[in-house]
Write a new protein. Structure first.
Length: 318
């Protein structure tokens, strides 16, 4: 509660200067006001019908209009509570993870410090780590084997992205080019300043359109493609420049990486994260919970309460 109150502010505080008119209005009408009278020729004519004066809130009725005026001025100043930041989609990064879901991804032959995991488990961990570090960007997910699958449209729901790969059934063949084309299609409607595809595979394309042709399509759309290739630790560094995955990245202005262990693929995804952060700082806009409707309602209830009270229990006859 205290934290929420600490975030209280006014959107247009200059309206509060008008509060200085409230004392002026009170002075103009008179702090005590004038009381209308009815003349009588003799007090004895009304002495017997006199009643004891009421004491209580009745004398404050005439001031409720000023209270309502003050509340309206406060409402115009837009009282509000800060509820956080909202990313500007036009200045963010839209990222599509284009991942290999062929059968070879399920073999538990990828080394870690403590044993072996499957390649799929490895890229799930790396993707999860990256998603957690970019809460304001949108992510999509494409899986490719012989066919391609839209595993997730662009979303800011990082938890969904981390879960979507766990239950997919792996298939035969590897159509990297088809996966890239589907990723480009997913980014077609994106208005983000930066659009990237991260392709993760063992690099063994054996089905569908040429990955290099798909890379040309991505390049024409100004979409960078980063490629991450699973490698045997003994083969790291061999044929970097001429490998298919390297040429895909080169065509699109992206970068090529080789992953030979769980630790290395997590590090690679962190490097991609760093590279994309360095290109520009995302603009943020603040989100607020506006309180002025409640202040206006309070002003209306004040006027209504004053009118009802002034014409019922606190009414007066001159």
């Amino acid at each position: 509660m205290i934290e929420r109150l600490a975030s209280f502010s006014f959107g247009q505080p200059w309206w509060l200067l008008l509060l200085g008119l409230v004392p002026l209005a009170a002075w103009l009408r008179g702090a005590r006001g004038t009381v209308e009278t009815v003349p009588y020729s003799a007090l004895r004519l009304v002495r017997e019908i006199g009643v004891a004066p009421r004491r209580g809130p009745g004398r404050w009725i005439k001031h409720l209009g000023l209270v309502a005026l003050a509340l309206c001025i406060v409402a115009m100043a837009r009282p509000r509570l800060d509820v956080g930041e909202s990313p500007d989609a036009r200045n963010g990064v839209d990222i599509v993870f284009c991942v290999d879901v062929s059968g070879s991804m399920d073999a538990r032959d990828f080394p870690t410090k403590t044993g072996m995991v499957s390649k799929r488990d490895a890229y799930i961990m790396a993707i999860g780590d990256m998603v957690d570090k970019r809460p304001n960007d949108r992510f999509g997910m494409i899986g490719f084997a012989a066919d391609t699958y839209i595993l997730s449209p662009l979303t800011i729901d990082g938890d969904w992205i981390k879960e979507v790969l766990k239950d997919i059934k792996l298939q035969a063949w590897t159509a990297i080019g088809e996966g890239i084309l589907s990723s480009v299609d997913l980014l077609q409607q994106s208005k983000a300043k930066s659009r990237i595809i991260v392709v993760t595979s063992d690099g063994g394309n054996n089905y569908g359109i040429s990955p290099l042709e798909a890379a040309d399509v991505a390049a024409k759309e100004n979409i960078r493609v980063y490629t991450v290739q699973f490698m045997n630790p003994r083969s790291v560094g061999i044929g970097n420049a001429n490998s298919l995955m390297s040429r895909i990245a080169s065509k699109t202005g992206g970068m090529y990486f080789q992953a030979a262990s769980l630790e290395s693929i997590v590090s690679i995804y962190r490097e991609i994260d760093r590279l994309e952060r360095s290109k520009f700082e995302q603009k943020q806009s603040r989100m607020y919970e506006e309180l002025f409707p409640w202040v206006v309602l309070s002003a209306l209830l004040t006027v209504l309460g004053g009118w009802i009270g002034g014409n019922t229990i606190w009414s007066r006859v001159p």
